[in-house]
Design a binder for this molecule. Structure first.
Ligand SMILES: NC(=O)c1ccc[n+]([C@@H]2O[C@H](COP(=O)([O-])OP(=O)(O)OC[C@H]3O[C@@H](n4cnc5c(N)ncnc54)[C@H](O)[C@@H]3O)[C@@H](O)[C@H]2O)c1
Length: 342
């Protein structure tokens, strides 16, 4: 049976599920249109994107820089883009982040939309209007909060994702269940094998669950003054691990979530049983759970985190699976927990 197209709205952004990539032209504007994608997505799906100028970036986190944004601005100038132009990013989280950043800063902002093509981008990165690039090793340190006009997803494109990218995408999905929905966690726990095989209905359900949880949070707090910080669960140490060990984002966040869960137990909030369930699920999904050595280095990076506020940090802990809490923890206390855990 053909899946029913499903539509959600977050802060005016239309999110459309089950729209075939070949229909992308229906979403373009009347003015000049340009596509931004990366070399891999172009190789797989370039034939479906023909007829419009395409700006191709390389793949990988190292592309998400001001330098790449500059190259994109220069292409925009060459193509003669103006305020009536439309930019559409087709790719994973890197393409979405850089497209959103370039479009929302060029000429103080031109229109843009996303077609996310990785699991991580469909469940998370394309949603919510955060667009950022890295600078001097700091993740997403330069960026904007600007909503795309639309995000449309074709689940079929996930079939060409390499296994490591499927696994990488699982951690943000688990994160959504941990911060916002025990039934979602329970579902993933029961269906992790189907999820890994990307069985259509299973993936569809967990993408919808992730979008619902993210939209609930973004609707309350678009610019991360409070509630949205919950989306950083696992990311304080995750970003530090990503930077130090050059482990991909999803895998780093997985270890970051284990650390945050363990700290939640140490603070008497989360039960030992829940923490073990979390680790088992991450492990089943092929994600790393082992806490790295050299914690002093990890703490150094965390102390330079962009969310730093004096001698303490906003840190997201769990009260139970599906229920998170933003707390302010001093670096000293965090360091003590980390030393005990490692
Ligand atoms: N803005 C946000 O709210 C937000 C949220 C979470 C993560 N992120 C960011 O997302 C980025 C990670 O995104 P990602 O994991 O999608 O990585 P990615 O964009 O690097 O994509 C992973 C790899 O898959 C390839 N690829 C993409 N689609 C494919 C397809 N359909 N078939 C085959 N190969 C395909 C890409 O070329 C790349 O090599 C990080 O920079 C992270 O900071 C942003």
């Amino acid at each position: 049976m053909k899946p029913q197209k499903q539509v959600y709205f977050i802060k005016g952004c239309q999110i459309i599920l089950d729209e075939p990539l070949r229909n992308f032209a229906n979403y373009l504007g009347d003015g000049k249109n340009v596509i931004i994608t990366d070399e891999n997505v172009l190789r797989f799906y370039g034939n479906l994107l023909s007829g419009y100028p395409i700006i191709t970036i390389g793949s990988g986190e190292r592309e998400k820089t001001l330098n790449t944004a500059k190259k994109i601005y220069q292409e925009f100038l060459k193509l003669g883009l103006d305020r009536s132009s439309f930019v559409i990013g087709v790719g994973g989280g890197i393409v979405c982040d850089i497209t959103g950043f370039a479009a929302s800063t060029f000429m103080r902002g031109i229109r843009f939309g996303f077609v996310p093509t990785t699991l991580l981008a469909q469940a998370d990165a394309s949603i919510g209007g955060k667009n950022g690039v890295n600078l001097n090793g700091f993740k997403n340190i330069v960026g904007t909060f600007t909503q795309p006009e639309f995000v449309f997803m074709d689940l079929e494109v996930l079939k060409t994702l390499p296994k490591r990218e499927r696994i990488n995408g699982m951690s943000e999905i688990v994160k959504y269940s941990l911060i916002g929905s025990f039934p979602m966690f329970d579902f993933i726990e029961k269906n992790w094998r189907d999820l890994l095989l990307l069985k259509r209905e299973t993936v569809r359900k967990i993408i919808i669950d992730s979008i619902r949880i993210k939209s609930r949070i973004v609707e309350i707090d678009e610019k991360e003054g409070g509630e949205r910080r919950k989306l950083n669960f696992g990311h304080t140490f995750g970003h530090a691990i990503e930077k130090l060990y050059r482990i991909p984002h999803g895998k780093s966040v997985s270890i970051g979530m284990v650390l945050a869960s363990r700290i939640s137990v140490a603070r008497g909030m989360l039960s030992e049983n829940d923490a073990s369930r979390i680790e088992t699920l991450l492990h089943n999904l092929g994600l790393p759970t082992r806490i790295p050595k050299y914690v002093s280095k990890l703490m150094e990076v965390v102390k330079n985190d962009k969310k730093r506020k004096g001698d303490s940090i906003h840190f997201v802990l769990l009260e139970e699976i599906g229920k998170s809490k933003i707390t302010e923890i001093s670096y000293k206390e965090l360091e003590e927990y980390i030393n005990d855990l490692c």
